[in-house]
Design a protein around this ligand. Structure first.
Ligand code: 6PG
Length: 265
C-alpha cells in the first residue's frame, strides 16, 4: 500500500508533525513537550494551565508525566477538554482515568484540579465548567481563557474532545447571549451525541481555539483514514471536527505514531 505521504498532501499552515515509532515513544515525546510548555508558562506567568485529553491514548502520557521529575507541579492547574456524562468514579470517566494513573499521587493541589462536575445533569455540569473557565478568563483579563497547553485526541471519525461530526457546537454562530443581550462566548457545553446515543461534556471550539499550544495525540492504524482526511484538509470541520485545529492562532503539534500516519506500523 503506497504510503500516504507519497500522495500529494497539502499540510495545513502551522501544523507540526512529531512522528513516533510506537505509542510508548509517542507518550515519552509528548511528555517532554508538555513539561517544556509548563515550565515556560510558569517562568513567564507564574502558573500554568494544562487541559487533559480523554480516551485511552493519553494513558501512557499521564503515566510518563507521573514518572518524570518536574519541580513545577504546585504551580499547575489541570483542566479536562471533555468528559463523559457519568459520575467521576465511573469506569468511563476521563477524570477517573487521569486520577488513577497520575493525579491522585501528583503534588498538584486538589483545588487546582478542575474536573467537570459530571455527577450533575449535563446542562448543569456544563454551566458550572463554563463559570470556572470564565473566572480563569477574568483572572487572565481576557474574554476567553487561554490554556497554556491543551491535550486532545482524535477518534477514527475525526472527532476531537467531544465535538463529533455534525455537532451543532461546530456552528459557533449559536453563541449564548449574556444578561445584557450581548453575544457572550460559550466556553463549555453539554451535547447529545447521536452516534453514541449519550451525552458528553466538552470545551467549545471557542475555548479550544484560544489555547496557546495544542498537542494532538493520534496513535493506531484505525486512525489513519481520519488523520489523512484531517491533515490533507480535504474536508470541513462539520464533517471532520479535528479540522478546526488548523484554524488556531497558537501552535499545534500532532504527535502521531507510524501506524496512524502511514496506515501500518
Ligand atoms: C473521549 C476523548 C475523545 C478521545 C478520542 C480518541 O472522551 O473519548 O476526549 O475525544 O480523545 O475518542 O480516543 P482514544 O484515545 O481512546 O482512541
Amino acid at each position: 500500500m503506497a504510503s500516504s505521504l507519497t500522495a500529494p498532501m497539502a499540510m495545513p499552515r502551522g501544523a507540526v508533525i512529531r512522528l513516533a515509532d510506537s505509542p510508548a515513544t509517542l507518550a515519552q515525546a509528548a511528555a517532554s513537550e508538555v513539561l517544556a510548555v509548563l515550565e515556560a508558562a510558569i517562568a513567564w506567568r507564574g502558573e500554568a494551565h494544562l487541559g487533559l485529553a480523554g480516551g485511552r491514548t493519553p494513558t501512557a502520557l499521564y503515566q510518563a508525566l507521573a514518572a518524570l521529575p518536574f519541580e513545577g507541579w504546585s504551580r499547575v492547574h489541570v483542566w479536562f477538554g471533555d468528559e463523559r456524562a457519568v459520575p467521576p468514579e465511573h469506569a468511563e470517566s476521563n477524570y477517573r482515568m487521569a486520577n488513577e494513573v497520575w493525579l491522585a499521587a501528583a503534588p498538584i493541589p486538589p483545588s487546582q484540579v478542575h474536573r467537570w462536575e459530571s455527577e450533575l445533569a449535563p446542562a448543569a455540569a456544563a454551566g458550572r465548567y463554563h463559570d470556572a473557565l470564565l473566572a480563569l478568563a477574568a483572572r487572565q483579563e481576557r474574554p476567553v481563557p487561554a490554556l497554556d497547553l491543551l491535550l486532545l485526541g482524535m477518534g477514527a471519525d475525526a472527532h476531537t474532545a467531544s465535538l463529533f461530526p455534525g455537532s451543532p457546537l461546530l456552528d459557533e454562530s449559536q453563541a449564548d447571549r449574556d444578561a445584557h443581550g450581548a453575544t457572550a462566548p460559550r466556553l463549555a457545553a453539554a451535547v447529545h451525541v447521536p452516534a453514541l446515543d449519550t451525552w458528553r461534556l466538552t470545551l467549545t471550539p471557542t475555548t479550544i481555539q484560544a489555547a496557546r499550544t495544542v498537542v494532538v495525540l493520534v496513535a493506531g492504524e484505525d486512525k489513519h483514514p481520519a488523520l489523512r482526511r484531517v491533515l490533507g484538509q480535504a474536508t470541513a470541520a462539520i464533517d471532520a471536527p479535528a479540522v478546526l485545529l488548523h484554524h488556531l492562532p497558537g501552535d499545534v503539534a500532532w504527535f502521531v505514531d507510524r501506524a496512524a500516519l502511514f496506515g501500518a506500523a
